[in-house]
Design a protein around this ligand. Structure first.
Ligand code: IDP
Ligand code: MG
Length: 149
């Protein structure tokens, strides 16, 4: 089974949207295998967003991500990286299609509610940044046989 890293960003927590967003993933049949609530230390944000270092929005992005708590999640399922990215929608809320998380709940370029790994390779790297191996829980989801063919 594949895994991906999801972060429900500070605006999702502050706007009380985390339950709705998590429900969407559960409704889709994806399995939560790790979850933590935290205020991100600057060093961790820098590590996670290292690929964006030097971009014009980088400083603002770090400030935003460390300003208020987030929920960090590991999701599991066949093809979960692409599935979660499709469910999130385009990066900017004003461009994201209705029916997606960003398209339904936001209009902003920077406050876009959610992070999701963009490839299986970055999922692996990012999961290792945010979770110790023992924090990812291996368990059988009862509905699994009815979700994945
Ligand atoms: P993604 O989150 O859809 O993968 P990336 O291009 O990887 O988008 O950018 C990472 C994050 O940086 C975005 O989710 C958003 O919070 C922020 N960001 C990206 N581009 C801009 C911008 O042009 N202005 C402000 N913030 C941006
Ligand atoms: Mg990205």
């Amino acid at each position: 089974m594949d895994r991906t890293l999801i972060i429900l960003k500070p605006d999702a927590v502050q706007r009380g949207l985390t339950g709705k967003i998590i429900s969407r993933f559960e409704d889709k049949g994806l399995q939560v295998v790790g979850m933590k609530f935290m205020k991100i230390p600057v060093e961790l944000a820098e590590k996670h967003y290292a690929p964006h270092k030097g971009k014009p929005f980088y400083d603002g992005l770090l400030k935003y991500m460390t300003s208020s708590p987030v929920i960090v999640m590991a999701l599991q399922g066949k093809g979960v990286v692409d599935i979660a990215r499709k469910m999130m929608g385009a990066t900017f809320g004003f461009k994201a299609e209705p029916g997606t998380i960003r398209g339904d709940y936001g209009v902003s370029a920077s406050f876009n509610l959610i992070h999701g790994s963009d490839s299986p390779e970055s999922a692996k790297t990012e999961l290792a940044i945010w979770f110790k191996p023992e924090e990812l829980v291996d368990y059988e989801l009862a509905a699994r046989a009815w979700v994945f063919d």
